[in-house]
Design a protein around this ligand. Structure first.
Ligand SMILES: [Fe+2]
Ligand SMILES: [Fe+2]
Length: 284
């Protein structure tokens, strides 16, 4: 870790063990390809976050498969749970969680991380009860002077993707807003769940949604009537994605990338060196 710098990789929605994935087991292959890319980067991440929907069902073998792969990475990894996850199975395998919920804090050097549990059993959307709100308030109060990143599965925003989005009227959003009000140390919220990269704000706080390791969701912002199937694309085939969040000089910069092998158009060679030297020379 460079002095004061922190590079956090984020992956999300691995959905290991999904019974609808085709071919069977492809989500583990997609995870392996994603981790291989992260593990061989010139600058490796200092930390990896996996933001929920880790497994598709209540199945400890899927969580163990994820844990085994994360353990092979040359950087530490921390996970949060999503609506597909079993809190008890995740806890059994990852052992995280401060109390009845799967939430905890991580001291990541220059950044303080608060990992939230937004899961309510048998519900697709998010949840954030008074107990979790009180826990978050206490954690924020303990470290008010630390730049803080909030990590959660459900993005607290209306994404415009009607069939997956969070309704602005959901009570858990108001509860989260109250807990975060005036907490100027919070630099961003990073989430998953939508299987697409999205940037937004919530009450002035940046919200970032990481693309999925499992199959992505189609980008279609037209209103959807649940009573009128219109044949629109919902889930599409596409490469797994990930994010890199660079914390440097008090700024969080988030990059999105996909695990594919695009044709190479330029390398850092003598020709490019001439140009890059000029760009460096411009800097104060
Ligand atoms: Fe998901
Ligand atoms: Fe989800």
């Amino acid at each position: 870790m460079a002095d004061g710098d922190l590079l956090i990789a984020q992956i999300s929605d691995t959905h290991i063990g999904s019974k609808v994935e085709k071919p069977a087991g492809i989500n583990l292959v997609r995870l392996d390809r994603t981790l291989a890319q992260l593990c061989t980067m010139t600058r490796q991440p200092d930390l990896l976050l996996v933001t929920g929907d880790l497994a598709d069902e209540d199945d400890e073998a899927s969580y163990r498969a994820l844990r085994e792969r994360l353990a092979l990475c040359p950087f530490p990894a921390r996970v949060c749970i999503g609506n597909h996850d079993s809190r008890s199975a995740a806890r059994q395998v990852f052992g995280a969680g401060d109390d009845e919920f799967f939430h905890y804090v991580v001291d990541a050097g220059p950044l303080h991380l608060i990992v939230l549990d937004t899961v309510e059993e048998d519900r697709h959307g998010g949840a954030f009860c008074e107990i979790r709100s009180a826990w978050l308030r206490a954690r924020l109060a303990e470290a008010q002077d630390r730049p803080t990143l909030i990590v959660l599965h459900h993005p607290p925003i209306d994404t415009g993707i009607d069939w997956l989005t969070t309704s602005p009227a959901e009570p858990w959003l108001a509860r989260l807003d109250e807990a975060l009000a005036g907490q100027t140390q919070v630099v961003a919220l990073v989430a998953g769940h939508i299987h697409r990269p999205i940037a937004a704000t919530r009450r002035g706080i940046p919200v970032f949604v990481c693309p999925s390791v499992a199959a992505p969701i189609a980008l279609d912002l037209a209103p959807l009537d649940p009573e009128a199937p219109d044949g629109r694309a919902l889930v599409v085939d596409g490469p797994p994605g990930y994010a890199l969040h660079l914390w440097r000089d008090g700024v969080l910069t988030s990059h999105v990338a996909f695990v594919e092998e695009p044709p190479l158009l330029a390398t850092f060679d003598e020709r490019m060196q001439r140009q890059i030297r000029i760009w460096f020379a411009e800097r104060p």
